[in-house]
Write a protein that binds this ligand. Structure first.
Ligand code: ATP
Ligand code: MG
Length: 553
């Protein structure tokens, strides 16, 4: 029997609306402001809106919410589009700009004035704030509230024509200064601002406010369900007021859900911007950031992000998710997809004294033991190898099963070797380990003579490639009282980026392409960096280690 997934509260609300025949078609949208890069939280919104549209056989619109000319940067437009496409949220060419609706918004404002539902107000910003009242006290009516329709129409047109200074006048909705909801106390719906807009140029010197513009954008596009985050819950009465007073025949319905927060992880644009500006990170796509472009560069896949968003769930109450859960998702996704290869990150030479000088054996190795479909490859085995420095100890502690004088281990996919000697430099650093191998013990030969307790990985010194490998930790320190200092600055983790040079990788890596991911035996999952890696100077980012601190429920 097929398992039926329990429906989240948004699906339940939509089911209800469909049953009551309120909408013919389900249409959702993702409306980012092009004022920064998208992050993992936006991915939740994108995948939720896209997923709902798909589930109900409806439509998913993409819309740049570019009504505010102060902050927008065309630089972000490109990156946002790329991120949405990468996540697989296909809007099938239904891409819109809110600024394309400025004419309709203006007409609706005029309509409100004619209906006696909007007025031009000359109070200063400070006065408007004073008059607004507080949570416990009602507001006071503006002395300009009862201007005649004719005067309002004339003034609003002159606002549009640029006759007034920035901030000199605003258009306000005439609702209720005594409302228990402050958002309904005659909110500003248009302001004067002589600013050049990236799309409409200098055509407008008045711009609509978000709470007025957004519902109109939704309604004009025939959005049925406008899914947004919880902070807009108190704005819903205003949203409903706008679409009702504008007399849209099929008003969209706003439904709020909780934002996605990651514990101890910075997502705020303000902080990321500062890190970028201070040169602490390598741009908005630094692999330590949970911007979508950073996650992509780090090696996360759209599938892993989708799984993470689904595991986080859709709810009405705020909660935080663990980064460990995101790590679990990428491990799950890559487990069967990636070749598992040998890479030595901190190399020391291992010399097999009884192995012929010029011999090269090509061992047949499965690319992924759990997924034979990925085929196999040849790995060169030679007299001189590299092993991890930590896999040899002169004086091992108890329960150390790797190489030490007199001990025998298995070289992964190859032979048993027994440590016979080692050489140190003048500083006492081990520079060479010597051993002998037993030809009888070849992997896959069915040898059963004796057992060893340790298996270590290795790379042929003769047939290998050099690489730079970057290991990451959280960019901020994970302390009890959070990652902010008292002065509001970030507590930076000095170990957030560790760069290892001269790592030795199997020769098969020579063909690795930017963005391609692998499992490095014992070290985790790694991807070829898309910005810094060159054909003859490979750079790998660690996506995630193999160790997990997260257990799925
Ligand atoms: P701003 O402070 O600039 O408004 P924003 O993060 O809200 O920042 P928008 O471009 O307005 O950015 O967001 C686009 C959409 O993504 C909105 O619908 C918003 O509600 C949603 N969104 C933003 N952050 C999150 C989050 N952490 N979790 C889920 N959805 C989010
Ligand atoms: Mg926003």
């Amino acid at each position: 029997m097929e398992e039926t997934k329990s429906r989240n509260f948004i699906e339940q609300a939509i089911d209800e609306d469909l049953k009551e025949g309120k909408y013919d078609k389900i249409v959702t949208r993702f409306p980012p402001e092009p004022n920064g890069y998208l992050h993992i939280g936006h991915a939740k919104s994108i995948l939720l809106n896209y997923g709902i549209a798909k589930e109900y056989g409806g439509q998913f619109n993409f819309r740049f919410d570019d009504t505010n000319p102060t902050k927008e940067r065309t630089e972000f437009v490109q990156s946002i589009l790329e991120d949405v496409k990468w996540l697989g949220a296909d809007f099938e060419g239904r891409m819109f700009y809110a600024s394309d609706y400025f004419d309709q918004m203006y007409e609706i404002a005029v309509k409100l004035i004619k209906k006696g539902k909007a007025y031009v107000c000359d109070l200063t910003a400070d006065e408007i704030r004073e008059y607004r009242g507080t949570l416990t006290e009602p507001g006071k009516e503006s002395p300009y509230r009862n201007r005649s329709v004719e005067e309002n129409l004339d003034l609003f047109e002159r606002m549009k024509n640029g006759e007034f200074e920035d901030g000199a006048k605003v258009l306000r909705a005439k609702i209720d200064m005594a409302s228990g909801n402050i958002n309904m106390r005659d909110p500003i719906i248009y302001r004067v601002a002589r600013m050049t807009h990236h799309n409409t140029g200098d055509k407008w010197c008045i711009y609509p406010m978000y709470d007025f513009a957004h519902p109109i954008e939704d309604a004009l596009e025939g959005i049925s369900h406008s899914l947004c985050t919880l902070e807009f819950e108190d704005h819903r009465p205003l949203y409903d007021w706008v679409v009702r007073e504008a007399e849209f025949p099929h008003p969209p319905r706003q439904i709020e859900f909780a934002k996605l927060y990651l514990k101890n992880i910075i997502t705020g644009k303000r902080y990321i911007k500062k890190l970028v500006e201070d040169g602490i990170v390598d741009g908005w796509d630094d692999p330590r950031l949970v911007s979508i472009s950073g996650l992509r560069r780090r090696g996360f896949t759209p599938e892993s992000i989708k799984m993470f968003v689904e595991l986080s769930g859709i709810s009405k109450s705020q909660a935080t998710s663990d980064y460990a859960m995101l790590e679990y998702c990428i491990r799950e996704d890559l487990k069967m997809k990636c070749d598992r290869m040998m890479a030595v990150l901190d190399p020391v030479k291992l010399v097999i004294d009884n192995y012929p000088e010029d011999q090269v054996e090509y061992l047949d190795v499965y690319n992924n033991q759990e997924n034979p479909e990925l085929g196999s490859r040849k790995v060169a085995f030679t007299k001189e190898l590299y092993i991890e420095r930590e896999d040899f100890m002169e004086e091992p502690p108890k329960k150390y099963f790797r190489l030490f004088p007199g001990n025998e281990v298995r070289l992964k996919n190859a032979y048993f070797v027994k440590c016979t000697d080692f050489i140190k430099d003048e500083n006492g650093k081990v520079i060479e380990v010597h051993c002998t191998y037993d030809p009888e013990t070849k992997s896959g030969s069915g040898f059963e003579g004796r057992k060893v307790k340790g298996t270590i990985h290795w790379v042929s010194a003769k047939e290998c490639v050099d690489a730079t490998v970057r290991l990451y930790e959280n960019i901020v320190l994970e302390e009890e009282d959070g990652y902010l200092n008292e002065d509001g600055s970030l507590k930076l983790n000095p170990n957030s980026l560790v760069t290892l040079e001269g790592c030795k990788l199997e020769k098969a890596f020579a063909d690795a392409k930017p963005g391609e991911s692998f499992q490095f035996f014992r070290h985790g999952y790694f991807t070829v960096d898309t910005k810094d890696s060159k054909e003859d100077a490979l750079v790998f980012n660690r996506i995630v280690s193999l160790k997990s601190s997260y257990k799925p429920a």
